[in-house]
Design a protein around this ligand. Structure first.
Ligand code: CP
Length: 311
């Protein structure tokens, strides 16, 4: 069988993204389907997670699969020195698909090259988080009615935030205009700005974060400063609260604006924003279930037609 891993979002064409969003829409209509009876999904989390792991496991359970895995590598034989290669080969003996989060950039790619079963990248260091991107795209599509020609403002830790890196790459098909709002220490890395240039994507950089800067936004994508990626914790302390979104900053924003955040939030969205109808981050996380049902099915070779024909 062709290895159908999902390692990086740039592997998805525009057509594939739209196809996956259609499949997510089917699962939103009816999340419980016995499409994966007798399948085993392994979730290997070498880093902490709430949403990604639990929504993948919920997706597997709602599709009739069984779930094995770990949430703490200290209780596995990797703590005795077992290599990632051997761990992946062992789990491939037991499971039909492996969902893996790892602290090393490139770990998912490596796993996909050695595993006989599909690998789904649930986040590799500061690199990519493609399943998050699919739920972000689904959330944008649901709230804006389109993915085309949107003003997308990314705020906070654009250096280490893997979700913004993946989203930027996926949006290349849809003519976005990006606004990157970050302090100098956490600016969008040059490689992603070069990516924008190569794909003729307009982008603007800002240091200020206020009601005037965000007045034209369709999507305001807030991010947490990624404490776990800093080698210098003094630098983290300097930047950790640099941008906080308060409800009164939304007074000039467009009616269609929606506020997204991959979560967890720490301080960057004040709780007074939660009751604003433009706040969408809780529903966004719920969309993760449908997007991840689609991803698990796709890597196991189950098609949109299979899902539509499932009664
Ligand atoms: N968005 C996200 O990846 O959340 P978790 O770290 O809780 O999985």
């Amino acid at each position: 069988m062709k290895n159908r891993s999902l390692v990086a979002i740039e592997e998805y064409s525009k057509e594939k993204i739209l196809y996956m969003l259609e499949m997510a829409k089917e699962f939103e209509k009816r999340p419980n389907r016995k499409l994966l009876d007798s399948k085993i999904v392994a979730t290997l989390f070498f880093e902490p997670s709430t949403r990604t792991r639990l929504s993948f496991e919920t997706a597997a359970n709602r599709l009739g699969a069984k779930v094995i895995g770990f949430t703490d590598p200290k209780v596995t034989s990797s703590s005795k020195g077992e290599t990632l290669k051997d761990t992946i080969l062992m789990v491939s003996n037991y499971a039909d698909v492996i969902v893996m989060r790892h602290y090393l950039e490139g770990a998912a790619r490596y796993a996909s090259e050695i595993a006989p079963v599909p690998i789904v990248n649930a986040g590799d260091g500061a690199n990519q988080h493609p399943s998050q991107t699919m739920l972000d795209l689904y959330s944008i599509y649901k709230t804006q009615g389109t993915l085309e020609n949107l003003n997308i403002y990314m705020v906070g830790d654009l250096k280490y935030g893997r979700t913004v890196h993946s989203l930027l790459m996926a949006m290349r098909h849809f003519n976005p205009t990006f606004h990157f709002i970050a302090p100098d220490e956490l600016k969008m890395p040059d490689e992603y700005k070069l990516f924008c240039q190569k794909h003729n994507i307009k982008y603007f950089e800002h240091r200020e974060f206020n009601e005037n800067v965000i007045a034209d936004a369709d999507i305001l994508y807030m991010t947490r400063v990624q404490r776990e990626r800093f080698t210098d914790l003094m630098e983290y302390e300097r930047v950790k609260n640099v941008y906080i979104l308060h409800n009164d900053m939304l007074c000039k924003t467009k009616d269609n604006l929606r506020i997204l955040h991959p979560l967890p939030r720490v301080n960057e969205i004040s709780y007074d924003v939660d009751d604003n109808p433009k706040a969408y981050f809780i529903q966004q996380a719920q969309n993760g279930l449908y997007a991840r049902e689609a991803i698990i099915c796709d890597v196991l070779g189950i098609t949109l037609d299979d899902v539509r024909n499932d009664k």
